[in-house]
Write a new protein. Structure first.
Length: 156
């Protein structure tokens, strides 16, 4: 597969970031490979930025590490900016979202949750949300999470 210098640089950067995040979380290569259902060799190719690995596998790996759509130095994902200016942070602080904090009662002691966890909490408990108590910030978070995760879940 032929890729341009720019595309190759992007793949190398993505691979390096993937490896760094895996190491930061102290996840072994074997455990990571098993969790995303690929061989250890495929994971090694991903971390080296090889263009032979399908993009879907990269997305699966990012998701397994709690990363979102776009890997950037801020670890925030831009979500369909044509529809709205919404961002999904890499870590969601419960204190900033009062209704989420009520729904996440089972996460005792947790100050932050990953976007996937928050999406599941909102999705599973939507009927319990008090819409009148939602701040604009929390409404935007919910919209951004649904834009980011809804399409992924339909394909699972």
């Amino acid at each position: 597969m032929n890729v341009s210098v720019t595309e190759n640089d992007l793949l190398l950067s993505l691979g390096k970031r993937l490896r760094a995040e895996r190491k930061k979380r102290k996840v072994s290569a074997q455990a990571m490979a098993e969790s995303i259902q690929v061989s250890r060799l495929t994971l090694e190719r991903m971390e080296k930025g090889r263009p032979t690995v399908a993009v879907g596998v990269f997305i699966k790996a990012l998701s397994a590490l709690g990363l979102t759509c776009q890997v950037a130095s801020t670890f925030e994902a831009s979500v369909d900016r044509a529809k709205a200016d919404l961002v999904v942070p890499a870590q969601i602080r419960l204190q900033d979202y009062p209704e989420l904090k009520l729904l996440a009662w089972h996460a005792k002691g947790a100050e932050h949750l990953k976007p996937g966890e928050v999406f599941e909490i909102y999705d599973r408990n939507m009927r319990h949300l008090n819409a009148a108590n939602l701040s604009q910030k929390e409404k935007n978070l919910i919209k951004a999470l649904y834009l980011a995760f809804e399409g992924i879940l339909k394909n699972v």
